[in-house]
Design a protein around this ligand. Structure first.
Ligand code: MG
Length: 339
């Protein structure tokens, strides 16, 4: 009755080198996880490890060897299964989230229903996704903005001394809605100095302006900012949310940070209980990882699921954000197929 676990390393590459305040990367190693039941039905998940959060494809593979001993006999035993996986390895959230996605995929396939339907959600309620413009030379930033013409909302990476020039270049190309993400790249002083610029540029929201643990700085910034502040690096799991109350306006949930689909649901519930807004985001991921997160989109205010849209080649077909519109698959489970 045991589930069989197998995995495969996927190499994905972005169309452009992807720059954020911490550095620039173009190639990523991801782990495609498969759970096969006794009838040969397969549940799929993707681990999208981030070095910043202490994981690589190699640590995921090592973690899977351990987590494989904690898999449920019955995939429908989701709550206990996720709790056991988290008790087996407290860290390694990307590895655990791949197994969580695979279990949910398997359950949906056994029942013959898409995951969003199992959760009682309406795909039409999903807000549009933004498309991210990474740090680059001003010419490349301009070109990327033009190439993203189909997307109604752009997320602009900031967090360097060039912020003004970057935002001005973007604004010379487009007047569409823009968000900024500093990836913890500013000090409080720098963030305060930039507020007038961000307002002048019509920025919709500010993601992770300060260092993850600078909650006092976030409180000060929020008290004077007219723009909402969203915590990303400051918020990994639901347990991080209560201490962020009053310091930020909302949180950015990523499966690779929180470790499971059910933890993501808990984060949404906890954030809502504190009147916080919710964004669902991603790492650089193929459509397999993106689709697992996309099933949560009807529950959130902001969608940032462009990971697969930024790739040169996507090995999977699943949820789409073409033109910014989130389209969820209608196939059972996650609804992902190989391209
Ligand atoms: Mg972010």
């Amino acid at each position: 009755m045991a589930l069989r676990l197998s995995h495969e390393i996927l190499e994905i590459e972005t169309a452009y080198p992807f720059g954020i305040a911490r550095g620039t990367v173009q190639k990523y190693r991801r782990v495609w996880v498969r759970l096969t039941d006794e009838d040969g039905v397969e549940g799929w998940g993707e681990a999208d490890p981030s070095y910043y959060y202490g994981e690589t494809a190699d640590t995921v593979v090592a973690a899977l060897a351990t987590l494989g001993t904690a898999l449920p006999a019955d995939p429908f035993d989701l709550e206990a299964a996720e709790a056991r996986l988290a008790a087996t390895l407290k860290y390694n959230p990307a590895a655990r989230s791949a197994l969580s996605a695979a279990l949910h995929d398997l359950v949906g396939k056994r029942l013959g229903v898409p995951l969003w339907k199992l959760w009682g959600l309406d795909p039409a309620a999903a807000p549009p996704s933004d498309f991210t413009i990474g740090l680059d030379t001003l010419d490349v930033v301009r070109r990327k903005v033009r190439e993203a013409a189909a997307y109604p909302i752009l997320k602009i990476k900031v967090g360097t001394p060039d912020d003004r020039a970057v935002l001005q270049a973007v604004r010379e190309e487009t007047d569409k809605k823009i968000r900024v993400d500093a990836n913890a790249g500013w000090t409080l002083k720098e963030a305060l100095q930039r507020l007038p610029l961000l307002e002048e540029m019509g920025v919709e929201l500010i993601e992770q302006p300060l260092a993850p643990d600078d909650l006092e700085g976030l409180r000060v910034l929020r008290s004077v900012s007219r723009l909402p502040i969203i915590a990303d690096e400051s918020c990994k799991t639901a347990a991080d949310i209560p201490r962020l109350v009053g310091a930020v306006d909302g949180i950015n949930i990523k499966l690779a940070k929180c470790g499971s689909l059910r933890e993501a649901l808990r984060m949404i519930a906890v954030a809502r209980a504190h009147q916080m807004s919710v964004m669902i985001g991603c790492m650089m991921e193929s459509s397999l990882g993106i689709t697992a997160a996309a099933h949560l989109t009807p529950l959130v205010d902001y969608v940032d699921l462009d990971g697969a849209a930024l790739l040169k080649h996507d090995p999977f077909r699943g949820a789409s954000i073409e033109g910014g519109k989130v389209t969820l698959p209608t196939l059972p489970g996650l609804g992902v197929t190989q391209r």
